[in-house]
Ligand binder design. Structure first.
Ligand SMILES: CC(=O)N[C@H](C=O)[C@@H](O)[C@H](O)[C@H](O)COP(=O)(O)O
Length: 265
């Protein structure tokens, strides 16, 4: 959301100037067919904090990223100042007893919008939210306040269809492998789910699908786009050095064990 859209007080609300249809369409057009780099480092991570995330976003921008996904008001604000790219904003917050943590309530939505998110992403599953407000009502409340494109992070094709019917501008596969609907995934997205999501959500309902999560190779990202994805989001494989290191170490450990076995024979 542009500074003008946040109004003179800096406090967005129903009366603030909002991005027009053209501005929203322009934001989505900039993301279409591109790589969105998720720059996130949770507390405890060596790169945690807005300074590191802004620099990470700058590196992604230099590499040709079309957009950035970022978590928390401070990170979104810093990244927005650092790079001229659309920011998909989320605020992750864990509430006791609630499985929903990606922009779970209106409060987190407000934090992301105030920080300058150009697209707001939120958990688009039907799972219970910490404040008991259902997804449909939350979407209504957000829409009543801000004219910002909304992206639903879902864990199944059914949830993708439901989110598309609720009027989300984008549906993302972010939570596939993280809910009860699907076993955990490794270093590859579930391409069956990706293909079905695109067929159903984009093919039948005309809502663009973003493939996010478990993309570790450039070829996987390219395959998603060939299948008809609107854009792809890559996080860990680009912005989480300790996970990238671990992958190399695991491969080396496997090779070392194999060599040792062959020597014994
Ligand atoms: C499930 C969940 O909370 N996903 C989060 C969403 O914001 C991030 O932790 C992921 O890093 C992001 O989705 C990108 O995925 P990957 O890091 O696999 O490229």
């Amino acid at each position: 959301m542009s500074d003008a859209a946040r109004g003179e007080s800096g406090q967005p609300g129903p009366t603030d100037r909002q991005p027009g249809v053209r501005e929203r369409e322009a934001t989505l057009a900039r993301l279409q067919g591109g790589l969105i780099v998720s720059c996130q480092a949770p507390e405890g991570d060596p790169l945690h904090g807005p300074h590191f995330m802004a620099e990470m976003a700058r590196a992604a921008w230099l590499g040709g990223a079309a957009g950035i996904r970022a978590n928390s008001g401070p990170d979104i604000r810093a990244i927005r100042q650092a790079v001229p790219l659309p920011v998909l904003g989320i605020v992750k917050r864990h509430y006791p007893g609630s499985p929903v943590y990606i922009t779970p309530t209106l409060g987190e939505a407000e934090e992301a919008v105030r920080a300058g998110a150009d697209v707001l992403a939120l958990d688009g599953t039907a799972r219970p939210r910490p404040d008991g407000v259902g997804l449909e009502r939350l979407v209504e409340a957000i829409r009543a306040r801000w004219a910002i494109p909304l992206m639903a992070d879902v864990g199944s094709v059914e949830e993708g269809l439901a989110a598309a019917r609720l009027g989300f501008d984008l549906v993302a596969t972010t939570l596939v492998g993280y809910t009860d609907d699907h076993p955990p995934l490794g270093y590859e997205p579930d391409f069956d789910v990706v293909a079905r999501m695109i067929d159903e959500v984009t093919g039948r309902l005309g809502v663009p699908v973003v493939v996010e999560g478990h993309i570790w190779e450039p070829e996987q990202a390219a395959r998603c786009l060939e299948l008809g994805a609107f854009a792809v989001v890559v996080g860990s494989a680009i912005t989480r050095p300790h996970l990238i290191t671990r992958r190399f170490v695991q491969a080396i450990d496997v090779a070392r064990a194999r060599v040792a076995r062959e020597r014994v024979r």
